[in-house]
Design a protein around this ligand. Sequence first.
Ligand code: NDP
Length: 526
Amino acid sequence: MIARTEVVERPPLLRSVNPATGEVLGEFKNMNETEVLSAVMKAKQAQKSWGFLPFEERAEWILKFKEFIRKNIENIADVISKEKGVSKFEALISDVFPILDLCSFYAKNTEKILKKEKVKIGIWEFIGRESYIEYFPYGVIGIISPWNFPFSIPVGQIVIALMAGNTCVLKPSEFTPKTGIMIKEIFDNIRLPQGVVEVVTGDGYTGECLVKAGVDKIFFTGSTFTGKRIIKIASEKLTPVVMELGGKDPMIVFEDVDLDITSDAAIFGSFFNTGQVCASVERIYVQRKIFNEFVDLIVEKTKKLRCGYSAVPWEYDVGAVISEKQLLKIKEHIEDAKEKGAKILAGGKIKSLFVEPVIIANVDGRFKVVSEETFGPVLPVMPFDTEDEAIQLANDSIYGLTASVWTRNIQRAKRIAQKLVYATVMINDNLITHAIPQVPWGGVKQSGIGRTHGKEGLLEMVQIRHIHINKMGQKIRSPWWYPFTPEKYRFALSLTNLIHSPYLKEKIESLLNIIKNIGKVSKQHL
Ligand code: NDP
């Protein structure tokens, strides 16, 4: 039984609601422990055959899945756009489009990356040994995902898990259960064997049940707060985890930039998906010489953003925030900034769940909006003078997800990148790298543990098995086996000197000793 810390009445159903319009999109089960266990059991059963399918067959399934998505891309984007209350254009480019490339990459490369490899074992090779590394799947991967990219985040992890031979159980966010069920329906549509991908809808408690249900690894994407809680629970069974957590990503702008391009990028990086991106630009540091001009530009451009929601994919730029809870956090950060003397230079009007994108100046590290993850359309801008100061300000955070450096001087940018304590540093770009499946995604410090995507993300989905072969194992005994004897002791000393003595004379003497004693030593046995 799962011991619950708080006994609260849980509604039997979750309601999926478009946060922009209030339209109810459907009702979904708020699953309990028994239902979660049953899904995990199905996935365990299915893994017994899925795990032994040849790579080509798994790749065929993934490419079928990809083709289904391509053909239905607009319908899929529509479901996501409604459930998140953002434009269909945004849903299409961020949540669906990147998955197609990801499917191709892993369908094509998994076998190559997971190929069995021989390990060089030095002196051991001279005494008839060989070692290999091979990879095998964990079994069932539990995936717990957030609402901000309810398709691309879990689907990316599912595809990688399946290619590696695992089966999966996904717990989508309670704000996006419809997208979660849609993922299951796509796999059902291509007739993927039952149990290979299971989806359990529900709230945080359902997620907790999944962590406790005997899955073999957890891939969690969400807040640092929840991540820490999950690590505690997972530690009871030593279930391994990959954690993709929060961020407070800095953008450093040097005085030599193209102001027009860089200000566009700043706004897109901050307000895309209504600022609800783990890798959003959440603070900008601008070199003092261009500070005023840059701020004027981003203020002017921010005021042009169209905030709203409609079925026309391109009618609005910035959609709703996901929930009342999220809105409260945004308001709290704006209020804290105002109280401490910040200047609101643009936006800030709030109507239902829409927040007009905000530019804030006169702030520093003491402000919540600079030190804590806001996860909304709020952008603080601050000046800096020197390269060292910019690096120090950017690194002054508990997070380390992504950072970006903007300059025409690529050498300088590369030099700075080496000093930024971030898992990803982009030069003259931001936001984009989660959409590039070939490269690893993850965080350092409190932004996460482990990686998804890239070769590194694939290796997180498998365990390592070392195969060691003693080619002489059926012919001679090892000289260190029982019984211990004076001859074996001397033999060990000679071997040590043969291998490690820097002196040729000592090496030759040791070798002669070994040759003289090897017959005797090998005959000494129990
Ligand atoms: P949460 O941490 O609130 O929730 C994430 C998931 O965990 C949801 O499915 C949630 O369910 C579930 N959950 C909540 N409580 C528990 C629990 N006790 N045990 C198990 N599962 C639980 O994050 P948000 O959904 O609000 O997402 C926003 C956060 O995610 C931000 O901090 C953002 O930076 C981060 N994020 C990180 C990314 C990365 O790659 N590093 C990418 C995207 C987002 P429910 O929704 O039902 O509460």
